[in-house]
Design a protein around this ligand. Structure first.
Ligand SMILES: *Cc1c(COP(=O)(O)O)cnc(C)c1O
Length: 382
């Protein structure tokens, strides 16, 4: 069976975990956490980095930092993971779902402005498949209406946006805040794990307090205050050193991991291009301002029937391909409270997008087998 995902281990994970255990410092914010923070800040130019136990947690921290309150409105795509929305719902916000682009599951930047009201506080672009949203357009709207931008960069490590000034910036450096995931299905993993990036100076001090359960413990350990105590709301968002040690092993190999992922992605793309054209499917679209971090490879089928034939045929041949998000505006939780909204592009991707197996251990034989089986799928019932 070729599974959809298989976590990649560099081989050094247990070595660094052993080191962390031997050192006797197991709780968070120790040596490995700091090494990861420094690596991210130096490699990608992120603002203040704070490892968290998940991207979900990083998004929840963002909602606390932005003081989201009952009745505030937050604009995000409907085609996303529940955590993007839940983080703000937990603070009482009303989620305003925006449609996807026609050519990509990311938020349609042209449809955001019409959703802005006097209650809007935040826009959350999700860089789907690690491909950049058009951040100049989103940051312009945020400046015009005095809003905050939280990048859901869960899938977007080592991916970039080239703005109209011609400068290439890492995703996660552009919004006021950004959230990353190191869940085992992402490019760089620690089992469960995430990170909040704080680019706006106004939030840097408070972010550390919220991270440390509402205390000024970090400032105390730096010698900036002579005692530490309860100064704000907060929670236990920081991961243990065991998780950070695992993540460190992955970061050491980030370049090699990314190199192989790009090779796999390119093989799928090159070998499926003419097949997709003949069968009226679409392969992933990468706009000129974006880059490809090879987070996932998907096919946008012509219709739901075609997708079903493809998934069924692959399954019969022991290949596990899967669909992805169901539009959140159609979810049981959301639709029971909200008037009908119609987001045709989001629904389209819910109905027809299929993701192919994608992980480092896929060798060329596996890839050729998958590609051959895709090409052999019969669509005669359509
Ligand atoms: C994976 C993912 C998340 C959640 O990440 P966790 O680390 O599992 O909490 C949130 N948003 C998007 C877009 C994701 O892909």
């Amino acid at each position: 069976m070729i599974t959809f995902n298989k976590p990649h281990l560099t081989g050094k994970e247990t070595h660094y975990i052993y080191d962390a255990v031997k050192t006797g410092k197991l709780s968070g914010n120790g040596k490995y956490t700091k090494m990861c923070h420094d690596y991210f800040q130096n490699t990608f130019g992120f603002g203040k980095c704070l490892l968290t136990t998940s991207c979900t947690d990083a998004l929840e921290m963002a909602a606390i930092l932005l003081d989201i309150k009952e009745g505030d409105e937050v604009i995000m795509p409907s085609y996303t993971f529940v955590s993007t929305a839940n983080a703000f719902v937990l603070r009482g916000a009303k989620i305003i779902f925006c449609d996807s682009r026609k050519d990509h599951p990311g938020i349609d930047e042209e449809k955001i402005e019409q959703l802005i009201t006097s209650k809007t506080r935040v826009i959350v672009p999700v860089h789907y498949a690690g491909v950049a949203c058009d951040m100049d357009k989103i940051m312009d709207l945020a400046a015009k209406y005095d809003l905050f931008v939280v990048e859901d960069a869960a899938q977007a490590i080592d991916s970039y946006y080239t703005g109209r000034d011609g400068i290439k910036r890492a995703l996660g450096t552009i919004g006021h805040l950004a959230a990353f995931s190191f869940h085992e299905t992402k490019n760089i993993i620690s089992g469960e794990g995430g990170m909040l990036v704080v680019n706006d100076d106004r939030f840097k001090e408070r972010s550390e307090i919220i991270w440390e359960k509402g205390t000024n413990r970090s400032a105390f350990f730096r010698g900036e205050v002579d005692k530490y105590g309860w100064v704000d709301i907060g929670s236990s968002f920081l991961p243990s050193e065991i998780i950070a040690a695992f993540l460190w092993a992955q970061l050491e190999e980030l370049e090699e991991i990314q190199f192989r992922r790009i090779e796999i992605w390119n093989k799928y793309f090159n070998e499926l291009q003419s097949w997709a054209e003949i069968n009226k499917c679409h392969l992933p679209y990468i706009p000129t301002y974006g880059s490809n971090n090879a987070h996932m490879f998907y096919i946008v089928c012509k219709n739901g029937k075609q997708r079903k034939s493809l998934i069924d045929h692959l399954k019969k041949n022991n290949i596990h391909a899967v669909f992805h998000y169901l539009s959140l505006h159609k979810s049981d939780f959301y639709s029971k409270n909200c008037r009908d909204i119609i987001l045709p592009n989001s629904d389209h991707f819910s109905n027809v997008l299929v993701r192919l197996p994608f992980f480092l251990a896929l060798n060329n034989n596996d890839l050729e087998n998958i590609i051959k089986n895709i090409k052999q799928t019969k669509f005669e019932l359509i």
